[in-house]
Structure formats: C-alpha cells, structure tokens
Ligand binder design. Sequence first.
Ligand SMILES: C[S@@+](CC[C@H](N)C(=O)[O-])C[C@H]1O[C@@H](n2cnc3c(N)ncnc32)[C@H](O)[C@@H]1O
Length: 206
Amino acid sequence: MSASNQGYAEEAPALLKRYEEIAFEEAHGGVLDRIPRGPLRVLEIGAGSGRDAAWFAARGDVVLAVEPTREMREGGRQLHPSPAIEWLDDGLPALAKVRARGERFDLIWISAMWMHLDADERGAGMATLAALLAAPGAVMMSLRHGPVPEGRRMFAVTGEETIALAARHRLSCTLSETRDSPRAPGVAWTALWFVRSENRGGQDEG
Ligand SMILES: C[S@@+](CC[C@H](N)C(=O)[O-])C[C@H]1O[C@@H](n2cnc3c(N)ncnc32)[C@H](O)[C@@H]1O
C-alpha cells in the first residue's frame, strides 16, 4: 500500500475516540435518504473506528470493513464486536485481498478517505471500485477540504474531478453536496453518491 495512512497509527487512540463522538446521522445527513433499504452487502473502505460499519450492521446489513492501519482496525474491532462486521487488512488502490474474494457489493462506503490517495492512486482506485460494485449498486464518498492535519498525507481533491473520474468508469453522480464542517473552522465536506450509468451493456473498465 501507499503512504496514504500516514499518521493514523500514532494517533489511533485519540482518533478512535473522536470519530465515535460523531453520530452517523451527523456525518452523513446529506446521503441518508439515498441508502437503499437492506439487507445490503456493504464494503466500507477506510473504516476507522467502525462507527459507520456498526450503523449498517445494526440495521441488518453485512459489512466488510477494510482498514489498513492495524491500530485503527484493532480498536474498531473492539469498539464494535458485531458478527455482521468482518475486518480486513487491505487498502486502496488495489484492494488485492478484497478482489481475490471475487465478491461484489451493493454499497461501497468511503467516508473521509479518498483524499488520502494521490492522483495515480485515485485513478487506479476508481477502477477497483467499479470492478467491485454489484449491479445495481451505489458508491458513497465523502471528501474533506481544508488544511491538512499535521503528520497526515492529504490532497486537494474536488468533487468535480471525482465526478469526472467516476464517469470514465461508468459511475454516474446523482448527488453532490458540499457543507461547511460544524466542528472544524475552515473545513468543508463534499458528499458524493454514484450509481452505475444506465445502458452500460458491457463490462467495467479497468
Ligand atoms: C479520516 S479516517 C476516516 C475513518 C472513517 N471512515 C470515518 O469516517 O470516521 C481515514 C481512514 O482511512 C484509512 N486509510 C488510509 N489510507 C487508506 C487506503 N489506501 N485504503 C483504505 N483505507 C485507508 C486510515 O487508516 C483511516 O482509518
């Protein structure tokens, strides 16, 4: 994997606590009404504390929670010991272990993670997402904009470029909404929702 998870191992105890203080509904209010009724097979990438995985598990979905930072993964597993959540040490762009399982997912959930990938990784990562998505299926992505926290690796990634990249992999954006963070001054979040483009008629690219 890349250096995309730089800083997370060192800060895991504080970050696990901080992520758990935010309710799922607060973090993802903009896309709540898009989430299909379950049960769904959910792939969460960069699952962090497992807050979102636990929300899906509690409503009856089955979640594969991918988290490459051992300290976050083990912390999340302890915080949310649900039999409906399987934790896996893997990462974008390749998600080699996930791909090797040969499964497809109804919903791919990427909260606050995509902007840790550089441009080449985002290109390869989008092809991975398209290959793992069931039909019909949806991808949720939230992008953080603003000052980069000390010790992390993060890029300025816009909603527009992400929508254009997704379109090249036949994923259409049906929702793009940017809001200021109520918690961190100078920080904003873009929520994106993608579905497979209609009239695909073929296989995914990549
Ligand atoms: C800002 S945290 C978000 C955690 C959680 N999704 C949330 O919204 O609270 C980003 C997470 O992505 C993970 N991460 C970093 N690079 C990754 C990669 N290449 N593939 C998958 N996860 C990655 C980090 O270890 C970290 O746990």
